[in-house]
Design a protein around this ligand. Sequence first.
Ligand code: ZN
Ligand code: ZN
Length: 124
Amino acid sequence: MSSTQTGGCLCKKTRYETDKETVHAIQCYCRDCQHMSGGGHAPQFAVKRATVSKSGPIKIFRLKSDAGNDVELGFCGECGSPIYKTTTAAPELMFFFVGSLDDPAAFGVAHKVYEGSRQPWDKS
Ligand SMILES: [Zn+2]
Ligand SMILES: [Zn+2]
């Protein structure tokens, strides 16, 4: 069975495997994603949390979203690469940042969200 996808961080100490079937594919332009990623937006995909297995020194940062949800961001505790996000708005899901995939080219068309916060130089 090859219905999984794998990814991890820059230093390769944090790794994950998820179901290949994604529930959402979004490209988020919110300010939180800009801060977290250091870029203009954060492409991410959601999978069912129950299909996820991960390993490595994950460091967790918690924040409250503008909508009032409790958000948890998972970074590699060694190199700091952003890996995933969870939110109490969809507790059954886990959102992974696309750049962490072993094969980011497999990411499909993303639904754009929070475009009101998009920076004028961010044309993607
Ligand atoms: Zn790392
Ligand atoms: Zn965002």
